[in-house]
Write a protein that binds this ligand. Structure first.
Ligand SMILES: [Zn+2]
Ligand SMILES: [Zn+2]
Length: 236
């Protein structure tokens, strides 16, 4: 079993850790490094590296300090270009979409995502210990690939269109923000389409991440996804 932990999820910051019993991968560094190191204290000696999807602060603001604390970072060249202050170049490991890499007990395959930044990606992650596959996809308005035999899905569920429209109507968020959201983030409706397009047979657990404070409803999202997928769902 792959153990999934979360210290922060959403536009204020993202930090997740996955553990297959042998080694640990950090996913995103969007909170201060000190919080990451103390939050995963019991796993620290087993951390194989930190995968980052893109350079936005809520995913990367702790990256430079994390590298200074001895954690290897993995991201695309474009993502690294957008992260300032990494003064230990040997901690930077450039990944390329479609090229898999071995990282301790894991094999990681970066795949293309669609977001308003340099060179974003998602990660398909396989544990050689548990022989399970986990998908990590966030901050994308589209996932071009479909995936076979997934066991765990960690996917952004940022907003739902009816709630977003209501937030705009009530003046909670400005109308101009809608266009950006639609072209950069994954919605409840997107998650449903994505799950329908992928083989759900082997899926054990779905984790919904990066919910918007104004435009989401955690209880509703959980029950709707649970109903369409027929799998247990956790909302982070
Ligand atoms: Zn984000
Ligand atoms: Zn972003």
């Amino acid at each position: 079993m792959i153990d999934v932990k979360c210290l922060a999820s959403g536009s204020a910051g993202n930090s997740y850790a996955i553990d297959d019993g042998e080694s640990v991968l950090l996913l995103e560094a969007g909170i201060p490094a000190k919080k990451i190191m103390t939050g995963y204290l019991d796993m620290i000696s087993r951390i194989a590296g930190c995968l980052i999807t893109h350079e936005h602060g809520d995913h990367a603001k702790g990256a430079a300090d994390l590298a200074a604390k001895g954690i290897d970072l993995y991201a695309t060249a474009g993502t690294f270009e957008g992260i300032e202050g990494i003064d230990r170049p040997y901690r930077k490991h450039v990944v390329r979409v479609g090229e898999q890499l071995r990282l301790s007990s894991w094999t990681v395959l970066p795949f293309e995502s669609e977001h308003d930044c340099n060179e974003p990606c998602g990660y398909l992650i396989y544990s050689h210990v548990t022989q399970e596959k986990l998908l990590f996809a966030t901050d994308t308005f589209y996932i071009p690939n479909t995936f076979k035999a997934l066991n765990y899905i960690m996917v952004e569920c940022n907003y739902s269109l009816p709630i977003l429209n209501e937030s705009i109507r009530s003046g909670l968020i400005p109308e101009q923000l809608k266009g950006r959201l639609l072209r950069s983030h994954f919605s409840l409706e997107h998650v449903k389409e994505f799950l329908a397009a992928n083989d759900m047979n082997t899926v054990r657990h779905i984790y919904l991440i990066h919910l918007s404070g104004n435009n989401s409803n955690p209880d509703q999202f959980k029950s709707e996804i649970q109903r369409v997928a027929g799998k247990p769902v956790t909302v982070f």
